[in-house]
Ligand binder design. Structure first.
Ligand code: HEM
Length: 140
């Protein structure tokens, strides 16, 4: 059916269930990642997984439950306590790219999500060099 309004990335990815699956697979990788795991001293990976999942729902154009629970994302501010250099950015993107690929969303939606996340991850680099200075999708 022809649609007058383009579907959001959220819809094209497979909505809440697919995005929660991505966050779940991502944190399963964090749990065994030598670069990323040390950033989680409290080992609250379940809480972190839920926060990331709800954020990604909103980031992709879905319901704004993250914002209702946690307030404005302020991602750069919230990441400042974690030393994120090139190694951490690359490890994060590697784990996330695998998580997205394993979840097998439509390839165009997967590519769009990964490209946006790569921009946001660059914007979150806060140690040892220039960040890319761009935020990915709006509201990050
Ligand atoms: C560049 C590499 C990154 C590293 C090393 C990193 C690391 C972390 C760590 C250690 C936390 C704390 C976990 C928690 O308790 O919630 C966190 C939180 C979070 N991260 Fe990242 N992150 C990165 C990139 C990203 C990107 C690209 C996004 C979004 C697209 C993102 C979204 C979030 C969100 C939403 C939270 C929870 C914030 C809150 O509500 O408190 N992160 N991240």
């Amino acid at each position: 059916m022809w649609r007058a309004v383009a579907e959001s990335l959220y819809e094209r990815l497979g909505e809440r269930q697919a995005i929660f699956e991505i966050a779940h697979r991502f944190y399963a990788k964090v749990a065994t990642d030598a670069v990323l795991l040390p950033l989680y001293p409290e080992q609250d990976l379940a809480g972190a997984e839920e926060r990331l999942a709800l954020f990604l729902v909103q980031y992709c154009g879905g319901p704004e439950e993250y914002q209702q629970r946690r307030g404005h994302p302020k991602l750069r501010l919230r990441h400042f306590e974690f030393a994120i250099g090139e190694a951490e950015r690359a490890a994060w993107m590697s784990a996330m790219t695998q998580a997205v690929t394993e979840t097998a969303p439509p390839p165009e939606a997967a590519a769009e999500l990964i490209a946006a996340l790569a921009r946001t991850a660059g914007f979150l680099v806060n140690r040892g060099g220039l960040s890319l200075g761009t935020r990915g999708l709006p509201g990050a």
